[in-house]
Write a protein that binds this ligand. Structure first.
Ligand SMILES: *Cc1c(COP(=O)(O)O)cnc(C)c1O
Length: 430
């Protein structure tokens, strides 16, 4: 019998889509059992494993109190508790030239579910969506399951990983429904300027598409550019803003995220859209009610010093990362990270003896040094690497030291004449 009914092109495509977790799993399998203890992962962005990245105490108390009150053991409305929606509307409105209302906010199970909802809402037969390259593969995966065609525009490393707006222009047609902007960026660590975001909004307006703004790293910016939410340009182009507590509050396991319709001018036939989104939420579970109930207090009472501390630490570890990269002859960093928790670096294979590509590099690195780094292929860019620096400074130093000795061991004989000045016998003066 033919499996015609089961042969959904999109699902086939989905099962072939590379995911970050899939590749990291393969890398882990490559490490011998006896070496597992010395593993340092610069692969996944989960800083909770390092004690220097710790959630704010107030968040913990807020959840405990919500749970102990015994008021939040029941179902929440599928779109989220009213007080949670209100708190998130107020939190996001602080940075906008207009006020969001609770009705604009939908509570999701992390930003991951917000991505799925966004794609479900814009997807329709024949639709295509524009995604950044490099990017975040969950978008490709969701698009594949929804049968939404994906078209990639490049991020330009020499321009601080800005969006190639000419490419966006050239890729779009009448079936294009949206473009995705991840800012602060994963995997590149970019933080876009006000001017660049405005240009993105103008381009999307011209193309009559909406912007899906992934701001899961919102406010995790430690370079020159401050974080500007895409919603600031909501009166130019409608924006679906996606976010969560996961990264800024360092609680990825709490699964508390949001999808927000930032469309102050009601350009995208808001009532109809809102009805559609509401209906869709009847299918979703959403995060635990007591976690939702803790959100107003978490958003109101987390102290500024907590955020400052996180950003300072990320700035410090990103700098360690960049300095150590300079000492490793086969990798270069095209643009210093200014936000988020990761940086993209280029791998120069011509300087290496027996490494065929980025995946091979990461596989051998895992096996020989027990260091996990994500191959660029996993985020759409071959022969690059994504290094996560949300790691405690000592582990990061150790990991980079191992990457360096790995690279030296695999260097081509005639390519070792690089700057190895640091090991000279100069007495230290301080
Ligand atoms: C981590 C991450 C997400 C997912 O966030 P969760 O709240 O953990 O589901 C979404 N988008 C990007 C770019 C991320 O890095």
């Amino acid at each position: 019998m033919e499996n015609g009914n089961l042969n959904h092109g999109g699902v086939d495509k989905a099962s072939k889509t590379i995911t970050i977790k899939g590749i990291l799993g393969l890398l882990m399998e490559n490490i011998d059992e006896s070496d597992k203890r010395r593993v340092i992962s610069l692969g996944i962005g989960d800083p909770t494993v390092y004690s220097c990245f710790h959630l704010p105490k107030v968040a913990e108390y807020a959840v405990v109190d919500a749970l102990q009150s015994e008021n939040f053991n029941g179902y929440a409305p599928t779109v989220g508790l009213p007080q949670t929606r209100r708190a998130i509307a107020e939190y996001l409105s602080r940075d906008l030239p207009y006020k969001l209302s609770s009705d604009d906010v939908f509570i999701t199970s992390g930003c991951t579910q917000a991505i799925d909802v966004a794609l479900a809402m814009v997807g329709c037969p024949g639709a295509n969506i524009l995604l950044p390259r490099p990017g975040f593969p969950i978008y490709e995966l969701c698009a594949a399951f929804r049968n939404v065609e994906v078209r990639h525009f490049d991020l330009l490393p020499e321009k601080g990983w800005e969006v190639d707006l000419h490419a966006v222009d050239a890729l779009a047609d009448q079936n294009t429904v949206a473009m995705v902007v991840i800012n602060p960026g994963n995997p590149c660590g970019n933080v876009y300027s006000y001017q660049h975001l405005e240009k993105i909004a103008e381009t999307a307006k011209k193309l009559k598409i909406l912007v899906i703004a992934d701001e899961v790293y919102g406010h995790l910016a430690f370079g020159c550019n401050p974080f500007v939410p895409m919603g600031v340009f909501g009166s130019i182009v409608p924006v679906l803003t996606l976010g969560s507590l996961s990264k800024r509050w360092i609680v990825p396991g709490w699964r508390l995220g949001w999808l927000v319709i930032t469309d102050p001018c009601g350009m995208f036939r808001k009532p109809k859209m809102v009805e559609r989104v509401k209906k869709y939420f009847d299918i979703l579970g959403g995060p635990a009610t007591f976690i939702q109930a803790a959100v107003p207090r978490i958003l109101e009472q987390t102290q500024e010093v907590f955020f400052k501390k996180t950003n300072n630490l990320l700035k410090q570890t990103s700098e360690i990362c960049c300095e150590r990269i300079k000492e490793i002859h086969c990798i270069t960093c095209p643009h210093r990270p200014e936000g988020s928790m990761a940086v993209m670096v280029k791998l120069n294979l011509s300087l290496l003896e027996d490494i065929s590509n980025d995946i091979d590099f990461c596989m051998k690195l895992a096996k020989e040094e027990s260091v996990i780094i994500l191959p660029g292929t996993a985020v759409g860019l071959k022969n690059c690497l994504r290094i996560t620096f949300a790691v405690d400074p000592a582990s990061l130093e150790e990991a980079m030291k191992r990457v360096k000795s790995f690279s030296q061991r695999h260097a081509k004989a005639n390519s070792t004449t690089t700057t190895t000045t640091t090991t000279m016998d100069i007495p230290t003066l301080i």
